[in-house]
Design a protein. Structure first.
Length: 41
């Protein structure tokens, strides 16, 4: 078996990011520096 390159702990996106909105419970929405909102953050 080959080694997985990070598996579920690998980064899903590359930054930099801005926090576009913060929600109760510690959830947040990220956007790129160009203003594109990232899905499922």
């Amino acid at each position: 078996m080959g080694k997985d390159k990070g598996g579920k702990f690998a980064a899903n996106w590359e930054g930099p990011f801005r926090v576009q909105e913060a929600f109760e419970g510690g959830a947040y929405r990220l956007e790129t520096m160009e203003g594109r909102i990232l899905p499922r953050t």
